[in-house]
Write a protein that binds this ligand. Structure first.
Ligand code: ADP
Ligand code: MG
Length: 320
């Protein structure tokens, strides 16, 4: 598909994150509804062209666990990426509206993320880098897919250079600016799973009432790039917020993630034992001990969830 702005009819806003804005559009020539993500890159046109070249790998990322890619183009000074539109939206919006996600549905979500990450790494050597509920999407057919993984090194650097870089889903090793691997995605999955089954971000209770992270800042910090700044005196020195007041609480939260025991599911929460051990193994602080996505494919919770026949179509029909 040869995509350009003129051919895309704006339908509605879907949301915005740190890196850009997503809108629902209609590509009239092909009668295809798409989600168009517009990312502002404060870089030279040559860098934008390089990013566009790197994004072409997305055409080869074909898996039922991954949102399909239609194409990308430059609309100076932005980069536009068009992807499959998922009509039920992302899991963060779903649980905020409908409450905790049922454990059997979370089982399906875990299978999708584990298999999707395994595919991306085994086939394309891609680390996702941004696993979180807003990057797991659902459609009316009951399909669940992941999106927004880091395919373009230039894009990752450019975004880090502008304003995004750190998220509270980041693993301890990544917060510290250490080398990180695909196991970092497993940590982010563990945090996301607790969030989905409890219906709230797991660190909210860990912070003192007066330094609680404000809702709008949860999950995201800016501007920073710990891995780059690590050489300049440590990640923590580089973390700051655009707003004021919340600065310390974000620092405290990151420090908490690095220094304190990882979050766990409540022992009296009535969750299956296999889910409790799944979360515990994802949240092993030492990346050497933590499993890779591929290792997780044999975890009892994943094996049971693959076997389980969950009617996801019936579940999405409750979300109206
Ligand atoms: P973030 O993932 O940090 O929330 P994004 O800019 O990636 O920020 O996305 C903003 C919102 O747009 C998401 O939270 C999600 O609800 C929605 N969205 C993104 N991609 C799609 C898509 N392909 N289909 C439907 N909704 C989407
Ligand atoms: Mg996203």
């Amino acid at each position: 598909l040869d995509l350009k702005n003129e051919d895309l009819k704006h339908l509605s806003e879907l949301g915005s994150g740190n890196s850009g804005t997503v809108t629902k559009v209609l590509h009239e020539k092909s009668a295809t509804t798409m989600a168009k993500k517009v990312v502002f890159i404060d870089a030279k046109p040559t860098v934008r062209k390089q990013i566009l070249r790197e994004l072409q790998i997305l055409h080869e990322c074909n898996s039922k666990y991954i949102v399909s890619f239609y194409g990308a183009y430059i609309s100076e000074p932005h980069i536009c990426m068009c992807m499959e539109f998922m009509d039920k939206g992302s899991l963060d919006n779903i649980y905020k509206k409908w409450g905790p996600v049922p454990v059997d549905v979370v089982g399906r979500i875990v299978v999708v993320v584990v298999q999707g990450l395994t595919y991306l790494y085994d086939v394309h050597r891609i680390i996702h880098r941004d696993v979180k509920p807003s990057n797991i999407l659902v459609n009316g057919q009951g399909q669940i897919k992941i999106c927004d993984f880091g395919v373009s090194g230039e894009l990752i650097n450019s975004i880090a250079d502008t304003f995004v870089g750190t998220s509270t889903y980041m693993s301890p090793e990544r917060i510290q600016g250490d080398q990180y691997s695909v196991k970092s995605d497993v940590w982010s999955l563990g945090i996301s799973v607790i969030e989905l089954v409890l219906g709230r971000f797991p660190f909210a209770e860990a912070s003192e009432s007066d330094d609680e992270v404000p809702e709008e800042l949860r999950g995201t910090l800016s501007p920073t790039n710990p891995s780059r700044r690590a050489g300049q005196g440590g990640a923590r020195a580089g973390v700051s917020l655009e707003g004021t007041g919340a600065q310390m609480s974000i620092l405290d939260l990151l420090q908490h993630i690095v220094n304190e025991p990882p979050p766990r599911l409540p022992a009296d929460g009535g969750f299956p034992h296999s889910l409790e051990t799944f979360v515990d193994t994802c949240l092993l602080k030492d990346p050497v001990l933590r499993p890779s996505p591929k290792d997780l494919t044999t975890h009892p919770f994943v094996v049971e969830s693959e076997r389980d026949k969950v009617d996801l179509k019936a579940w999405v029909q409750t979300l109206v």
